[in-house]
Design a binder for this molecule. Structure first.
Ligand code: UTP
Length: 497
């Protein structure tokens, strides 16, 4: 049987034979291209995922599962004076683990950033800081600083502490991401400690379950969601060495704890020792960092128990009464307040276990604009729709939490740790301007907390190489800064006083 016949039979059985609509009009090369592309796709799995996502079975068996706040003993906060001693002790535990080489960082950078609509990956974006550092550089420098902090505070030799950085890309973001790191010499990190791995892609479907053709020779595909790292970490890092995977790399380096975070949060504390230490202390399998939801109306998914298991509940899934309900033990707080910010902790052991239950996870459906080639279009041209026409299937990282035994939630201060970048300049909301403002305002607070004054209108950018979370600025005490600028060392601050 020829490869054409075999694939035709398979796609026919999968009820997707329209992928051959253009066959008679394709030349030899295009036919090879189509067969090659069809062969790469596990169409039966894609159909199964579509069916499970669009027709979920009732989890409780008797209507909708109940949604409740998670128990108090799964939760802690870093906010408020009373948490200062805890934070210090968690930080110490975390820094010890970092010093022992047991901590890695995982960057979710496979998203297509459709709201931003930029052609480059989001991490390459210059949010307009005085230094013009792109997001990837800011994060790399936070890792460099953290390594230095661990070396200094634990009395270790310079260069001995390594926090490996696992960078998840997807087919659309991979080439430009790797090229950007190469061009910038890995922002000062050692190339061998930056590990790129790729998440999977899935076909995009029309609402009636047919895969969408992007062109006469190609099915439209999209990255399989930020939870793509569970499978992505099991895939070979390069075709020439099938046994070397993200998971095997973590193991061979002795990394036991991983901090996973989204590329577009400019305030992210990469491999945060406080978060890592908290979870080591709790013996967590996995955990989420959250921010308090600002108002009952804020459209932020919250972490809660649904049918008794940890999940992220979207704002639209809870009633008005639930959104406004107060925590009976803390009447100043909302009961459903733990806003999810795609910031997670895992043990390596838990990540290794995910494969055993992964097939039970239901993907989410996202209605998106998917460029398509209509089957009845004789020209075979791709059309860019103006409104959502298709379904992308996404696994969310949090979905795996429902299978963990020990899940914890740590609340942090939004203004110190979360400012996402989703939209193009000028939007006024989660855009480059709000990101830049958030960083610069934080750095002003760092200086003020160190005992300095900053004159009105003065804007100072402090390199992450100088301070990871406000530490290292003792020399600023008693100074008044009257000039704007950015500094790469604490000595340079003097020039702005
Ligand atoms: P978002 O869900 O905000 O998606 O991703 P996005 O691609 O950045 O933007 P939109 O929704 O298309 O406008 C949150 C984080 O998850 C990563 C993103 O790169 C971002 O860090 N992500 C998302 C992945 O790594 N892979 C995916 O398939 C989706």
């Amino acid at each position: 049987m020829s490869s054409y016949e075999r694939l035709k039979e398979r796609y026919l059985a999968a009820n997707q034979s329209h992928v051959f609509t253009y066959w008679d009009r394709l030349n030899e090369k295009e036919r090879d291209e189509l067969l090659h592309n069809l062969n790469k796709i596990d169409i039966e799995r894609a159909n199964r995922i579509f069916a499970k996502s669009t027709h979920p079975t009732s989890e409780s068996g008797n209507g909708q599962p109940s949604i409740e706040p998670f128990p108090d003993d799964s939760f802690d906060t870093t906010i408020g004076e009373e948490s200062v001693a805890n934070v210090e002790s968690w930080r110490k535990i975390g820094l010890d683990a970092i010093g022992a080489g047991k901590v890695g960082a995982l960057l979710m950078a496979g998203g297509q950033g459709t709201r931003l609509g930029n052609s480059d990956p989001k991490g390459c974006y210059d949010i307009g800081l005085p230094s013009h550092k792109p997001l990837f550089q800011i994060q790399a420098e936070r890792i460099l600083r953290l390594q230095t902090l661990a070396e200094r505070e634990l009395g270790k030799p310079v260069g001995s502490v390594i926090v490996p950085w696992y960078v998840m890309t997807s087919r659309p973001t991979r080439p430009a991401t790797v090229a950007f790191f190469e061009k910038h010499q890995y922002f000062g990190l050692s190339r061998s400690n930056v590990i790129f791995f790729e998440q999977g892609t899935l076909p995009c479907f029309s609402p009636d379950g047919k895969v969408i053709m992007a062109s006469p020779t190609e099915i439209a595909t999209a990255p399989d969601g930020n939870g793509g790292y569970y499978a992505g970490l099991r895939a070979p890092l390069s075709p020439s060495d099938p046994d070397h995977t993200g998971l095997s790399d973590l193991k061979s380096r002795g990394v036991e704890y991983l901090h996973a975070y989204a590329v577009d949060n400019c305030l992210v504390r990469v491999a945060d020792p406080v978060f890592v230490g908290y979870n080591i202390w709790k013996h967590a399998d996995c955990a989420a960092k959250v921010i308090p939801k600002a108002t009952p109306d804020e459209g932020l998914g919250v972490i809660a128990l649904k049918g008794g298991v940890f999940t992220v509940v979207e704002y639209t899934e809870i009633t008005r009464e639930q959104a406004e309900r107060k925590d009976p033990n803390h009447p100043d707080r909302l009961a459903f307040r733990a806003g999810s910010i795609a910031n997670f902790f895992y043990t390596r052991t838990f990540l290794e276990e995910v494969e055993s239950f992964e097939s039970q996870l239901a993907f989410h459906i996202a209605q998106k604009k998917v460029p398509y080639c209509p089957v009845d279009n004789p020209t075979g041209e791709t059309i860019k729709p103006s409104k959502p026409n298709g379904i992308k299937l996404e696994l969310f990282a949090f979905d795996a939490f429902s299978f963990a035994k020990r899940v914890f939630v740590l609340e942090v201060d939004r203004k110190e740790e979360f400012s996402p970048f989703k939209n193009p300049p000028g939007t006024g909301y989660e855009d480059p301007d709000t990101s830049r403002t958030a960083i610069l305002a934080q750095q002003k607070r760092f200086l003020q907390r160190a005992g300095a004054s900053v004159a009105d209108g003065v804007v100072i950018e402090i390199s992450p190489l100088v301070s990871y979370a406000g530490e290292g600025l003792e020399a600023a005490k008693g100074k008044t800064y009257v000039r704007s600028g950015f500094v790469e060392s604490v000595e340079e601050l003097d020039g702005l006083a």
